[in-house]
Design a binder for this molecule. Structure first.
Ligand SMILES: Cc1ncc(COP(=O)(O)O)c(C=O)c1O
Length: 366
């Protein structure tokens, strides 16, 4: 009897070449997420085509943009012989949920710190959606109070790491602050190459890219990747957490750090960095009528799910840019869907209210 071939060990990693350098990478993505045209929305009068890159479908642990980032953090952790991933994020963070899943896939332990960033939410927000999944992945949860700053969050992460070291563990910390090495953004440098290939295969005339801009690694990685692979496509980052001035400074800093990490600080200039806070609404984790409308438009016209925290805002931006008379004739909008769908189940009451408001404003014929 021959022994069945065993899969690669959970701790295996490879390296990816970017700009002539090699970076450890632990494969986590299932296949190549589709790039597809939103047929019904694009057929409305006076709008450019919208193509959506389905990075909500990256697979691991219900997917999203964080899987691409975690490929490089997990690979790095494995290459250093670490045994535990540590990360911080808002209570309904997708990042911590995917980190918990990535740790399990790679045979590592995971500690996550949940930050109280959205006031006035119900119990479903605190225990459902991503939090349920964090617990299912068996992560150890820590909590950070509402008044703590972003810098405090990183200080606390380091304290958790020190505690684990004292117990003989070897933790790998994924910090939040923009001054830390943006290794996760390497995933979006590779994604940019993948998407340029898909645009060429579809023969699509894309004029601009729209994506959610939070920590800034997706935005910075994608922009850097486009320039590295020879594309001058403009990218608009839709602010989900900070105003446009703060976010512009953050993207500038992250692009600078990323350029140094890959030895190409020349790729992204100030004119490449475009952000808008027109769709930020009342702030992080809170929606405006326009962003609820974007979420329901995607669901009701395309059967496409968006999340309340990130993609309802970025898609509101994509819809507005596709309809803008000043730019719509230039070509299609490529919308990067970054996922976040488990949070839908933590916003049940708010989504119910948004649907009731939409139905009251536009009643169905009897
Ligand atoms: C669903 C989703 N979209 C977009 C973002 C923003 O990505 P980044 O933090 O890389 O800017 C996040 C970050 O948490 C996210 O969870």
């Amino acid at each position: 009897m021959t022994a069945a071939l065993s899969p690669a060990g959970t701790d295996s990693f490879e390296t990816a070449e970017i700009a002539g350098l090699r970076f450890p990478r632990r494969r986590l993505i299932s296949g190549v997420p589709a790039l597809e045209r939103l047929g019904n929305i694009s057929s409305r009068p006076d709008t450019a085509d919208i193509y959506v890159k389905r990075d909500d479908m990256t697979g691991l642990g219900l997917g999203g943009n964080k899987v691409r980032k975690l490929e490089f953090y997990t690979g790095h952790a494995l290459s250093l012989g670490c045994d535990t991933l540590i990360i911080t994020g808002a209570v309904q963070s997708n990042y911590v949920r995917v980190t918990a899943a990535a740790a399990r896939a790679a045979g590592l332990d995971c500690h996550i710190q949940l930050e109280d960033r959205v006031a006035g939410m119900d119990d479903g927000y605190r225990t459902g959606g991503n939090v349920l999944l964090d617990r299912m992945f068996g992560a150890t949860l820590h909590y950070l109070p509402a008044e703590a700053s972003e810098a405090d969050a990183d200080v606390q992460l380091d304290a958790i790491a020190d505690g684990l070291r004292a117990e003989g563990r070897n933790p790998y910390v994924i910090h939040l602050g923009a001054s830390f090495e943006p290794r996760g953004a390497l995933g979006y440098i590779l994604a940019a190459r993948e998407i340029l290939g898909q645009i060429a295969d579809l023969n699509a005339k894309v004029a601009r890219v729209v994506l959610a801009s939070g920590s800034g690694q997706t935005h910075s990685g994608f922009l850097t990747g486009l320039r590295l692979w020879g594309s001058d496509l403009p990218v608009t980052g839709v602010c989900v957490r900070r105003d446009a001035v703060q976010q512009n400074a953050r993207i500038t800093q992250v692009c600078g750090n990323l350029g140094r990490l890959i030895g190409r600080p020349d790729l992204v200039g100030p004119d490449d960095i475009v952000v808008t806070d027109d769709y930020l609404g009342p702030g992080y984790g809170k929606n405006s009528p326009e962003t609820w409308d974007a979420l329901l438009t995607a669901a009701r016209m395309e059967g496409l799910l968006l999340d309340p925290v990130y993609t309802s805002k970025s898609f509101a931006g994509a819809l507005a840019m596709a309809a803008d008379p000043a730019t719509r004739d230039a070509g299609a909008v490529l919308y990067l869907h970054t996922g976040g769908l488990p949070a839908l189940f933590a916003y049940e009451a708010a989504i119910g209210q948004a649907m009731a408001d939409a139905d009251a404003a536009d009643p169905k014929p009897a």
